[in-house]
Design a protein around this ligand. Sequence first.
Ligand SMILES: C[C@H](O)[C@H](O)[C@H]1CNC2=NC(N)=NC(=O)C2=N1
Length: 101
Amino acid sequence: MAVQPLSQKEIEDRLAELPGWSLDGDKLARSYRLGSHVAAAALVMHIAAVQDELDHHSDLTLGYRTVSLTVHTHSAGGAVTEADFALARRVEDIAPGHGAH
Ligand SMILES: C[C@H](O)[C@H](O)[C@H]1CNC2=NC(N)=NC(=O)C2=N1
């Protein structure tokens, strides 16, 4: 997985394909709402498994019925890279199955 920082334009182009995701400072970010606290916790566990599979990890926060992620690439000095978008796309793929929106 490439770890070169993406340019602002590259980030904007990729964000345009990922509704709900935005740039929060220097990190990609998204929050999801779920139907219950346990449903939110199950999504956290599923994301954790994906993150280990990809060997790329967000800061992942469980709320009452919310799950929030921010992600950037430590090994690229905290920049946003393709690895962050790869994780964001995988999370988008699994979140609807948990009733997240
Ligand atoms: C050794 C291992 O590949 C690295 O520590 C990985 C793990 N997960 C990671 N996650 C993120 N977000 N950035 C990294 O640079 C990173 N590096």
